[in-house]
Each structure stands twice: as structure tokens, then as C-alpha cells.
Write a protein that binds this ligand. Sequence first.
Ligand code: ATP
Length: 447
Amino acid sequence: MEELVSLCKRRGFVFQSGEVYGGLQGVYDYGPLGVELKNNLKNSWWSSMVYERDDIEGLDASILSKQELFRYSGHEETFSDPLVDCRSCKSRWREDLVKDGKCLSCGSTDLTEARAFNLMFRTPMGPVENEESFAYLRPETAQHIFTSFKNVQDSTSRQIPFGIAQIGKAFRNEINPRNFIFRLREFEQMELEYFVRPGDDEAALDYWRDQRLRWWEDQGIEPSSLEIYDVPESDLAHYSKRTLDIMYRFPHGLEELEGIANRTDFDLGSHTKNQRGLGLVSETKKNDESTMRLAVQDIEAKKWYVPYVIEPSAGVDRGVLAVLNEAYTVEELGEGKERVVLRLKSHLSPIKAAVIPLKKNKEALVGLAKEIKSSLQSMGKGRVFLENTGNIGKAYRRHDEVGTPVCITVDFGSLENGTVTLRDRDTMEQRTVAISDLNQLYLDSLK
Ligand code: ATP
């Protein structure tokens, strides 16, 4: 983990937030390369969910959430972790971290009984600060998908089964944030809510388990690094009938990368019930199920029902940590030399190609390198980098370390005979190629 954290800082992937003031615990900033990697991972998820399928719509809902939303979802009551206080040093711990009844900080056994600590962040809303006028920062993106369910369905005329996908920030006031970007207080989720008929839910859970495992493998994760954990009934969240966690061998141990839950009709049902209870849905036709606003109609059976939902919910930050960990390789080059290479899948690489003029102050070389860069950049495959430092060896090492699939070196020969050197990250093979072939070779390197 230390090596990864150090690489992340050195090369501009991830920084501690508020570092100049000593850092804000459980909050990180993504740097110039981190933002590219993170966006590439999110785009890959979005593409596989929304663009490559015909049964899923996208959504980008608000972070600020009405109190009722998280009251009736059950989060006010149950979204908590057990907290113990150390009476000696005043530190606070999540109960499951405390071993042998000893404080992790000072070793004292003078600990309080565990009490439930709600993980939701609240913020005042509007100019009057009082107990009533606050909003929650959503602890999961899912609830907004449920409350927008009808709007999406009506505006797209979708029939069950269909899904709603969303990527966005979520906030949890974790008692002990830890392990770099694994357990954060501010993080991002990629969540799909896939609505099915009651009865089709169990098969759908298995289907999504397989889909999601395959997707992680497509991001460069070795199947042997992944494991499915069937969450025992006693550990299930309040809404879940069954949950399968995709576990990944993180540097600190085997832990959850993504949860796939069968949330049944709990959420849509509970928001429907409470809208009615609050008088938001017609009470006059009490027995008419069509007043249930989050229900759908079974046209053949002429009946209304609340769909079941399967939820694959993946953490973006845990995903970034997993793909970085998987790609990070130290290679022996012989004679005591080694190189660090990030063997990222090319669709995730923050920089797709580096164009390097052999000498930094030679106008003709730099001019040609700029032309090549613009030409490759205009192909819209991601960031192409002009590496104008004049030290080829160092540039190659730097780009190996950040996972750039190819480096293109422009030398004096390029000016005379229209060729450049193309260097492959993984094989380190260098070959002379015609500039006129570069666009195609560049595309090939991204396959
Ligand atoms: P854990 O058991 O690790 O606390 P969870 O079961 O509470 O996770 P879910 O509520 O299922 O997590 O959230 C779905 C996904 O969101 C998780 O699989 C994880 O990838 C991500 N996630 C949840 N909490 C955090 C966090 N504090 N920091 C970073 N990612 C998180």
C-alpha cells in the first residue's frame, strides 16, 4: 500500500485533501492523472450500462436530500455503526475494530458500551438554522433513483424489466476512515437499480453477479483476485433479501469492492406507503392500487404492483484503488536495475500517448511534435501529452510509471524522412514508423 500511496502522490493521482492544513480525514483529492483515471473508469461503467444495452436509462440526481427521503428509506433509524468511546484517551472506535476490549490508541480497557452512531451527514438548509431546516447529504445515490422512478418511467415509456444508472458522490460519516481511498467520508458510487417483476428477482441477482464480475475483469482485475461473498442473513442491510459482495484482494486484505443486493420492493414500497401516509397520494380511492405512485401496471393481469429491484453498487474510489493495485508492477531489468510499470488497460490509462521531441529547445522538432500531438488528440480517445523535457530515458520511465501505452519520439530523422520512434510500454520494444501511419498505429495501441 505504501508504494501505491507514494506513486499516487508523486505522479499526481491522489492527494490528501486540505494537506496544507494537516489534511481532512477520510477525504482525498484526485490530481491531474487521477481525475483522468477516475473518469475513464466511470466512462467504462456508463458505457457498459447505458450505451451498450437497450434497457437502462441514466440519471444525475441531487446530493442534497429531503429529510423524509432518508427517514422513510429507513436510514434515519438503521444506517449506523456501533461506536465505542475510550474513557482514557477520548478516542472513538468502530466496535468491530476493537480487539480484546482494548483501545487501539492507548491500550486502555476502560471503554464504553457500544452505541449506534448514525453515519449520515446533515447540513443546514436555507437562512434559518434550526433542528427542522436541514438536508441530508445522501449516503448512497440509490434513494434518488427510487424517488425519480416514476419520472424516468413516464418520460421514457419503459416497461419492466428496465434499469436506472447513476454515478455520483455519496457521504458517510465513517467513524474510522482508513486504508487510503478505501474507506472515505466523501466518495463516489456507480449504482444501477434494475427493476424486475417479483419472482424474477433471484435469477436477476445471479445474472448481475456474472455481468459485474466480467466487467471488473475487463478493467484488468485478475479473476483470482476477486471472490463472491454471500452475506449471511444476520449481516444483511435492513432492505436486503440477499446480498452478494464482490470482494477484491486489496493491499490491506480481502474486502468489498461492490455490493449486489436484492432490495425487493422495500424502497419503492416504502416511499409509496409514506407518500400516502403524508397525504401526498390520493386517499380517496384507498383500495385502488393505481394510487400507488411508485407502482407499475401489469397490463395483461390489469393489476398494479411494486417492482422488485436488484442493485449492483460499486465504489469508484475502491475501483481506482483496485485497478491501480492490479496494474502496479516492479520489473527486474537485470544488473540490479528495475522499472515500475503500471500495466493499466489502455482504456483506463490517464495519458493515451506521449509525444516527445528529442531535444527540448529545437523549434523544428517541437513544432513537429506539437503537430503530431494535435493530430492524435483530435481523434478524441483521451489525453495525448506533449512531453517537452528533453530527457528521453526519464520520460520513458515516467510514462511507464503512469501507464501510458505508447511513447512517440520525434528526432532529427523525423524532419528529414517523416518517421518517428514508437515505444511500447509493456514490451519496451521500439520501432521506426512513418508519421503517415501514426493515427492507425495509435488506434491499434488502444485496443
Ligand atoms: P462496507 O461494508 O465496506 O462499509 P457497505 O456494505 O456499507 O461497505 P454499500 O452500502 O453496499 O457498502 O455501498 C456500495 C459500495 O459503495 C461499496 O461496495 C463500496 O465500494 C462503496 N463504499 C461504501 N462505503 C464507502 C466508503 N466509506 N468509502 C469508499 N467507498 C465506499
